[in-house]
Design a protein around this ligand. Sequence first.
Ligand SMILES: Nc1ncnc2c1ncn2[C@@H]1O[C@H](COP(=O)(O)OP(=O)(O)OP(=O)(O)O)[C@@H](O)[C@H]1O
Length: 614
Amino acid sequence: MASVPPGTAWRAAAPSTAVWSEIPRGTIGQRQLPTGQLFADGPPSFAAKALGQPSPLSLAAAATATATSVRRRSGRSQPSRPRPSPGQEEVFLWGGVPVTGEAVKWLRSQQAMSGTFEPSPIQDIAMERIYSGESCCIQAPTGTGKTLCFLLPMLQRLREEASASPARGLRFLILVPTAALQTQTAALARALLGRGLAENVYVMRRNASNTSIPSNIVVATPRQIKELLETPLTQAAWRRSMGALEMVVVDEADRLVNKWNMHQRRQRYKAQKEDPAVTVLKVIEYETTKAGRRDDWQLVAASATMGRRSHRNLKFSAGIDLTLIRVPGSIHWQAPEKPNLGQYRDGTTNWPEGLRHRVRVPKPFRFPKVMAVTAQTIFELAAKRVLVVLATTPEGGRTPKSMYGLNLVLGELNFRLEEFGRFEVVTCNEAIDDAAKLWSAEGAEQRRQQVEEDRCQVIIASCEAIRGIHLDNIDAVVLVGDPMSVGDYQHCAGRTCRYQPGSSEPVEGMAVSIVPDQAATRMLHWGQLTGFKLVEVPLGTNVKTGEANAPRSRTEEDVSKFEDLFAEAEEDQDWWNEPDESEEDEDEDALWAEDLQRQRDPREGSREPPTAWS
Ligand SMILES: Nc1ncnc2c1ncn2[C@@H]1O[C@H](COP(=O)(O)OP(=O)(O)OP(=O)(O)O)[C@@H](O)[C@H]1O
């Protein structure tokens, strides 16, 4: 982290235009990759020229040039932003953004905790451009810090504007797909803003009274905003505030804006079945144009799986020319033989490096058997934190349903794992609540305790609910059921192998899928297309080590427990085998029986005459 001395800081910290040339060729972070295969190691045209191929950015530019309905904004008028007065505040240049205020403390605390806290590749490339007001789509593998990448520039702008001319009303809108992600994004934003400004972040809830716009930053789902724009009571205020927006973020953009083609888009528009995010973006475009600020608002979309259609649909909905800023993940495993592979035909993938993929196919694929295999897999992983994701199926059209009920799975896994004593099974809501405290002292203490204790936390979540959520230190993901698409699989598997507190690179992880036969075949095909290598681990083989399975004893404690039980059983055996004792017992039993008989019938065996009282 570069520290800029106070006073002289601001000019040195001003955003440089030579971002590309500052990144050494062939290097992303500390990872060495083939030169010319990355868009991060030079302007996209460099990489494309080196490969003799069109780059995604040049493709995107070509598509934009031909798309007449998208207005080009070459002369985007950037609002002149107030600068922090020199000598007053400490300025940290982090990822090209001159950070001030509480965010500096936050960055310092992260640095103190981890020893190092350098910007990730996507932050290195995109943050400065977002800060300077460029509309863009950021695409990088899961867990590489995209949230911080758009939050830090946004909050820095808010801080600067607040110090110059405190503005009221909505200025920044963050759209996310789920309530849990709302909570998590707002928690990070509040931590970055610190006490004085934290109340500027408002998490919208459906039941709250939303007739007035309470804060500068609103974190909402598109459906919530759409409802407010359509309800007569709230319509006027919210439409007006849409026209005053400065920046809109669409997180998990490919989930919020569907991959419709032009024909499908028209049909859905006619049937009034557009995605809520599309409706909201159209209203923003209309209202900003009406307010004469058509070029003054910025759109940032983020996702690990941004398809070209989602990218195009975003551009059409907002009427903004979006640049695609992409940092690729691992190298396609078949790339040496066929370099023209991957979504962007550059031999790279969207998968994080260090994620290993395993599959298990229980037969028959029935609930008890699936749960037995899941429990066995969790046991074999010998991990500290395992996330069990239940795949969802789109039942009844729109609402996706979890394959099995969460509580049913919770009970079943509790029952199967409790004999080992060291597993704690919880739902994802509990874990997400804990994760919201992540940046607090309490959260840090919890995290430390968990690492020290020899316990394994098993978190159960549905595929829908876990989208975009960061939970610390997930060692492995166990996916149960049929992942409907490769995108869903990527987001579920991507809950592991992420940046962790104290790591300067994503920590390795494993994704084990317990799927029916036909889903395994489909996943094998996905692997070839998108560049991950799927390995089948049959039952009876350890899913982590690949060795043949010994009895269910993995830890030393378990081994000693089993040895004790075995020794006890042997002792019991010896006791039963001792012939003398049992013979003695037999004799004793015979004597007792004789005695009893004599008491019952005193005349038998006795020559004595019966006494008067007997
Ligand atoms: N430069 C960095 N160095 C180390 N850790 C980082 C860095 N930037 C972000 N992180 C941490 O990485 C974790 C994952 O970040 P985040 O959730 O933003 O990833 P993401 O790219 O949005 O993932 P997803 O695609 O799954 O939503 C967070 O705990 C965050 O604090």
